[in-house]
Design a protein around this ligand. Structure first.
Ligand SMILES: [Zn+2]
Length: 329
């Protein structure tokens, strides 16, 4: 029996119209691999927070706002849908055309239905994927570096037409190996919807300012929690992990994942929710292997995502933007 088989009781056959209390929580450590930039108006986003739940000193932390997390994941999934020809960027193909989050959204593909859309008066769909701001485990002072560099002309030279370029840019970057403990939640999913959202988490490698192409980040899955309610916040998880690793700042990401799994096991029984199943440690590794195998096999992937497309399309025609008037709500 595979791990995926054991999860089947937690999935719906079809996406339900109303929330029905089946939450899947992906608990992970987002781990920077180069120099990402999570900024607004040219400065990195930071927040002053309590260091731990027990450690009540105050520290500044880097912040990864929710849009900075879900946008790259959506784009990863949308690229895959186009590659499998379930959707297209070709506006002439009216049946399959879908534009990201705008007037041209198709309102029926897996991206539109799972992650939601809002298009002025012409309808909206609430996201079934919940995320929230994530905070760096380490303090801002230890997590960033400012680089000063001359901005060359397009040809790579510092002068053009005889004039020297004088613009000196300073840009604050996140350092490599900074950890952002994060919980992303999927509500009321089918097996195929689960595979799609998890696949996007495992396959997205770049976060942050898109023009810089330096934002390499890897998501390490620590645990999966199937429950009837929402979990604690990212900040709470970060503070709990801070208390556990205090003083040991040279940990490998594997060691951090182990500690985070322990923290998760300690915190879960204190929550006012019923947990149907929790995966940590080797079970998570096994699940990731099974999901990777699906993504490596074109036939299996095509068949899962084809099934998912049919589910989201049925949802759209039954409850969503294409439901017959009068039947809706
Ligand atoms: Zn769409």
């Amino acid at each position: 029996m595979t791990i995926l088989d054991t999860l089947k009781p937690h999935f719906h056959d079809e996406f339900p119209r109303l929330a029905s209390g089946k939450y899947i929580h992906f608990v992970m450590l987002r781990h920077s691999q180069s120099f990402p930039i999570f900024q607004t108006d040219g400065v990195l986003n930071t927040a002053r927070t309590q260091a731990g739940l027990e450690d009540d000193t105050s520290i500044s932390r880097l912040v990864m706002f929710k849009r900075k997390q879900t946008t790259p994941e959506r784009l990863t999934g949308r690229e895959l849908l186009r590659a499998l020809e379930l959707t297209t960027a070709d506006a002439a193909d009216k049946a399959k055309h879908c534009e990201y989050n705008g007037e041209g959204s198709c309102k029926k593909c897996p991206d539109c239905i799972l992650y939601g859309f809002a298009i002025g008066d012409s309808g909206s769909e609430r996201s079934k994927v919940y995320s929230d701001s994530a905070f760096s485990l380490s303090a801002y002072e230890l997590s960033h570096k400012s680089f000063t560099f001359n901005a060359p002309y397009e040809g790579g030279t510092m002068s053009e037409g005889g004039t020297m370029r004088s613009a000196i840019n300073e840009q604050d970057h996140v350092l490599p190996e900074v950890t952002f403990p994060t919980i992303e939640t999927l509500r009321d999913a089918t097996l195929e919807g689960f595979l799609y959202v998890l696949g996007n988490l495992l396959r997205t490698r770049r976060y942050g300012a898109q023009e810089t192409r330096t934002g390499s980040v890897k998501n390490h899955l620590v645990g999966l929690v199937f429950a009837d309610g929402e979990l604690f916040s990212n900040l709470y998880l970060t503070q709990a992990l801070h208390d556990v690793i205090k003083g040991e700042d040279k940990m490998t990401v594997e060691q951090l994942c182990d500690r985070a799994a322990t923290v998760l096991s300690t915190l879960l029984p204190k929550e006012p929710i019923r947990t149907a199943q929790t995966l940590i440690g080797v079970e998570v590794k096994q699940l990731v292997t099974e999901v990777n195998e699906i993504y490596q096999d074109e036939e299996m992937l095509q068949s899962h995502l084809q099934a998912l497309y049919q589910q989201t399309e049925r949802y759209a025609t039954t409850y969503g933007a294409f439901a017959k008037k009068g039947k809706k709500k």
